[in-house]
Design a protein around this ligand. Structure first.
Ligand code: GLN
Length: 385
């Protein structure tokens, strides 16, 4: 293994899923739903495969899907992208993020990221030979995680090339407000930075929270690569179908790299998704409402068990402070919880460069059937309360 990747072992999601399987624990670690996406989407994909859509699609993706996601962005946010040259289909958001960082970050370039951060960001910055400059997200008195603009500005220097912005945010569930995004945009404009936005939870918003794409703010479209995917929107996390949108020169850079990573993504799934993007809006609305109720269901359970619950505004995840239970270290708790309580979670500290910031936090996924959430809550209450 190359030296720059030696710090990376098995991902925490894989470790905790394995532990859950070994112990028979309820797996609230890795974020994936335990029910299927819209029936019509699944039938459409199966139908396309039966119809013989089984050879390479064009490298940039099926034109139907590029047109569909561009039209959807324009309609929802007013940002226009040319499906030919400004939209590029990837093997999930993961490949879009990796290709973008590899295409734009030179060895020694600095990348500003908000921590805790989704695990692939750190690894791909390392792969590119870049240097991470973390900015902490911390909970305010209302339990909502946010950043200090002064800490953001202090993280930016002459070698900064890129800022990575994930909203709605995994694992904290924060949905950045327009004002917070304006702060980030101002820094990007002043220092001529590229913004890489990870918007995979763009539809999973609660309590009326609004998703604002960074690219929709003044002066940002020309410097932003926006990444999203279908896994979370349609509860099909195995489909690994995503996209990158941005100005043509940046998308061309992504394409140059990605053509040698995956070349293309699954064509039959792309055709099915192209129809669902507008055809299944009602399903997505229902899913959003269901998830909000699930957030409350699990948060209330964690609260009863004695965790310090930090209620999210979006995503699949709720963060919990383990200190009220008498623990100091979330990693220790996460490694024992499957055996002691029969529930698996994810220790948040592994998603920080500065581990101390998140030592006491664990993340639970609530994208599960109600009876599963109730069973998990009962087990935690029995173990701790
Ligand atoms: N996004 C999922 C999570 O945060 C995990 C995906 C993965 O296992 N790489 O739980």
């Amino acid at each position: 293994l190359v030296e720059r990747m030696r710090a990376y072992g098995e991902t925490v999601f894989a470790e905790m899923s394995r532990l859950a399987a070994e112990t028979g624990a309820i797996n609230l670690g890795q974020g994936f739903p335990d029910t299927d996406g819209p029936r019509s989407l699944i039938e459409a994909a199966a139908g396309r495969i039966r119809d013989g859509v089984n050879q390479y699609p064009p490298g940039p993706g099926r034109p139907e899907l590029r047109a569909a996601v561009a039209a959807d962005r324009a309609e929802r946010f007013g940002t226009e992208y040319d499906p030919d040259g400004e939209v590029y289909i990837t093997v999930g958001a993961t490949a879009g993020i990796a290709a973008s960082v590899l295409a734009m970050v030179e060895p020694g370039d600095e990348v500003v990221l908000f921590e805790p951060m989704y695990d692939s960001y750190a690894a791909v910055v390392s792969l590119a030979g870049g240097v991470r400059r973390p900015v902490p997200l911390r909970p305010g008195p209302d339990g909502r995680f946010t950043f200090d603009p002064a800490e953001l500005r202090a993280a930016v220097g002459p070698r900064t090339r890129m800022v990575v912005v994930n909203s709605p945010h995994n694992p904290t569930g924060t949905v950045l407000t327009r004002a917070e995004l304006e702060e980030i945009a101002a820094v990007c404009r002043e220092h001529d930075l590229i913004a890489l936005t990870d918007e995979v939870y763009e539809h999973l918003l609660f309590d009326g929270a609004e998703h604002v794409p960074l690219a929709s703010l003044p002066g940002m479209r020309e410097r932003t690569v926006a990444v999203s995917s279908v896994g979370k929107t349609f509860s099909v996390t195995a489909w690994k179908t995503g996209w990158v949108m941005g100005p043509a020169p940046l998308v061309r850079a992504v394409q140059t790299v990605n053509q040698f990573l995956t070349f293309s993504a699954n064509g039959a799934l792309q055709l099915a998704v192209a129809e669902a993007v507008t055809g299944e809006r009602e399903w997505v609305r229902g899913q959003r409402e269901a998830l909000q109720a699930k957030r409350d269901r699990l948060s209330d359970g964690l609260d009863r068990a004695g965790f310090g619950v930090l209620r999210p505004q979006g995503t699949y995840f709720v963060m919990a402070d383990v200190r009220p239970l008498g623990f100091k270290d979330g990693l220790e708790l996460a490694r024992t919880l499957p055996r002691t309580a029969g529930v698996a979670c994810v220790p948040a500290q592994v998603l920080y460069d500065r581990v101390e910031e998140g030592r006491h936090l664990v993340r639970f996924a609530f994208c599960k059937r109600d009876e599963v959430l109730d069973d998990a809550a009962d087990r935690l209450v029995r173990a701790f309360a």
